[in-house]
Design a protein around this ligand. Structure first.
Ligand code: ADP
Length: 268
């Protein structure tokens, strides 16, 4: 689904943000990207999203070279206050990108309401974002991405602006829409929510535990300029849950390994 080869980016001021990154992500996979602050995680994501043209290298999504924002892509950023339109209702915020999908008004509204239900936000459709808590606003941003049913979902520190409890709830929400927990939005434990089957997700996070808890694979970048330091498959059983999964010896081993790699980023 996503192929990155020889990706390097140097900003106009000469700063080399990422260097020779090689990454291949299969359809349906959830890959976390971690690394020391400033190692180029967001730069990498912006290049994949077509928002930043890399200085060198190739990126393709579903076999098509990225040379602008790909059609089948959605992005969830950390700062929900800047990604939701305050003058649009929650439903209209979620429905807006669906115009690009060529859906008529009734279909857009129906899909927006279904996505809001998926993230546990029934009953908020007519409200404005500023009438909701921070965690609820980030759910709206996630609902908007899910309603679009992208083949590739990019998430840049999506849970970085909410409190610890909400963060855990949102991690579980992400797992539940993929069928990994029995949280809101799933018809049954282990069943992906409609439209999310096969969705590929790239998640940038600085939270080591989170990177392991939600992912199928963790990719650790070196310190600046970011290169791939190591890749660790996460073979934890599903459904995952915040208490049980984090207590598993396999989880503890993995988080230790990722933590070591992030703290000693130059010695693979
Ligand atoms: P991370 O997400 O890992 O914290 P970033 O991709 O945001 O890292 O940034 C990587 C490096 O590139 C940092 O040193 C940052 O200051 C620099 N950088 C980011 N954006 C720009 C820009 N527009 N111009 C110049 N340097 C930038």
């Amino acid at each position: 689904m996503l192929d990155i080869a020889g990706l390097s980016h140097r900003y106009a001021d000469g700063h080399q943000a990422v260097e020779d990154v090689e990454l291949h992500v299969a359809r349906g996979e959830l890959v976390s990207i971690v690394g020391p602050s400033g190692c180029g995680k967001s730069t990498l994501l912006r290049c994949v999203a077509g928002l930043q043209r890399p200085s060198a290298g190739d990126i393709s999504v579903a076999g098509r070279a990225v040379d602008g924002v790909p059609d089948d892509l959605a992005v969830v950023f950390q700062d929900y206050t800047r990604s939701l339109f305050p003058w649009l209702t929650v439903r209209d915020n979620v429905a807006l990108p669906l115009r690009r999908r060529g859906l008529d008004r009734a279909e857009r509204r129906a899909r927006a309401l279904a996505a809001l239900a998926q993230v546990g936000l029934d009953g908020t459709a007519g409200k404005y974002p500023w009438q909701l808590s921070g965690g609820m606003q980030q759910r709206v941003a996630i609902a908007r991405a899910l309603a679009y049913r992208p083949a590739l979902l990019l998430m840049d520190e999506p849970f970085g602006s909410v409190d610890a409890q909400t963060r855990e709830d949102l991690e579980d929400l992400l797992l539940s829409v993929r069928g990994g927990t029995d949280g809101p939005g799933t018809d049954a434990p282990g069943t992906p929510a409609p439209g999310t089957e096969g969705m590929t997700i790239l998640l940038v996070t600085h939270d080591i535990d989170e990177s392991v808890y939600v992912a199928d694979r963790v990719v650790v970048l070196t310190g600046a300029p970011g290169r791939v330091h190591s890749e660790l498959p996460v073979e934890l059983p599903a459904p995952r849950d915040q208490i049980g999964t984090r207590a598993l010896p396999a989880f503890v081993r993995l988080r230790t390994e990722v933590g070591r790699a992030v703290r000693r980023p130059c010695t693979p």
